[in-house]
Design a protein around this ligand. Structure first.
Ligand SMILES: [Ca+2]
Ligand SMILES: [Ca+2]
Ligand SMILES: [Ca+2]
Length: 306
């Protein structure tokens, strides 16, 4: 549904865990919704309140990467940083203060009149009322300006481009290792969630490895240049224990796999994220590990995306 300028939405009737809902969206070329403006929020509320007030709906917001710090996984913007609705609130607050101020001034003057010369008092009332009026006009002008900015912002809303600005550092380290994709092989270490956020903020996803050739292209680099490091990939079984899928594509891991040291073992019941792991007995192979641990990571972007 084209509910709001710049975006289209799919409002599900299906029910899934947050992870699998994200997978569903990804496999259909979308993301769980990220809500940046009050107008967008209202557009969605209109539909879900109309359609079924009893249901709950997942959004892309999450603090999985860093407890207490929510961001939109769909756009990797911190929650609230892009909200023009804060302008609305400022305008509303400004108006409320102005109105109140004028009332307070008038109220005070009423009390004063009994104590002072009537003429002088009337003069003062007039002066203060005028200055109050002026104040009110200034406030109203500011409110009008703020509203104009909001409506301009809504009119000029472009299709979403958040997260498509590749940082200079990443751009200058992109490797065309394999036809159809470019890769960023990090030196930074992060947990799996924040690594995914890092990739997304550069218009990429954690790498999804579909073929042996792609696997070899990546292995060649890490075996040669960083043989001791582990690297997060986009694979995960969060939301479907034991069934791994690529969160970068939303597709199940089928066909080629590289669990040459043994299948994912969900050690301690805590391992839900895939990485290139350096096994003592061998070179790197895929392994499931605890998503919250900090390792290097590999981002991938399809070459057709600028
Ligand atoms: Ca790939
Ligand atoms: Ca697992
Ligand atoms: Ca494991």
């Amino acid at each position: 549904m084209p509910l709001f300028p710049g975006s289209k939405y799919y409002i599900s009737k299906e029910k899934m865990s947050w992870h699998l809902a994200g997978k569903f969206c990804k496999s259909n070329g979308m993301e769980l919704a990220s809500i940046e403006t009050e107008a967008e929020n209202n557009a969605l509320l209109d539909v879900i309140d109309d359609e079924n007030t009893k249901e709950f709906y997942w959004l892309s917001g999450s603090d999985l990467g860093s407890e207490g710090t929510f961001y939109w996984a769909g756009t990797v913007e911190e929650l609230g940083t892009l909200s023009p609705s804060s302008n609305c609130d400022v305008a509303a607050l400004g108006k409320a203060l102005c109105d109140q101020r004028i009332e307070v001034v008038e109220e005070k003057l009423k009390g004063v009149t009994t104590l002072m010369n009537q003429k002088l008092c009337e003069f003062q009332i007039k002066a203060l009322r005028e200055s109050g009026e002026q104040q009110k006009q200034i406030c109203e002008y500011r409110i009008k300006e703020a509203n104009q900015q909001i409506s301009n912002a809504l009119k000029t809303t472009q299709p979403r481009t958040y997260g498509r600005t590749v940082s200079e550092h990443v751009a200058s380290n992109l490797m065309p290792l394999f036809p159809g994709s470019k890769y960023y092989i990090s030196k930074e270490k992060m947990n799996w969630h924040l690594a995914g956020k890092f990739c997304k903020s550069n218009g990429m996803d954690l790498a999804s490895i579909e073929t042996e050739a792609e696997n070899n292209a990546l292995l060649n680099v890490i075996e040669k240049e960083h043989p001791k490091e582990a690297y997060w990939l986009s694979g995960s079984d969060l939301g479907s224990e034991g069934t791994f899928y690529w969160t970068g594509t939303g597709l199940d891991i089928s066909g080629f796999t590289y669990f040459v040291e043994g299948p994912p073992n969900n050690h301690g019941g805590k391992e839900h994220c895939l990485l290139f792991w350096k096994f003592p007995s061998n070179n790197h192979a895929w392994n499931d590990h605890q998503c919250q641990l900090n390792f290097r990571f590999i981002c991938e972007v399809n070459e057709s995306v600028p």
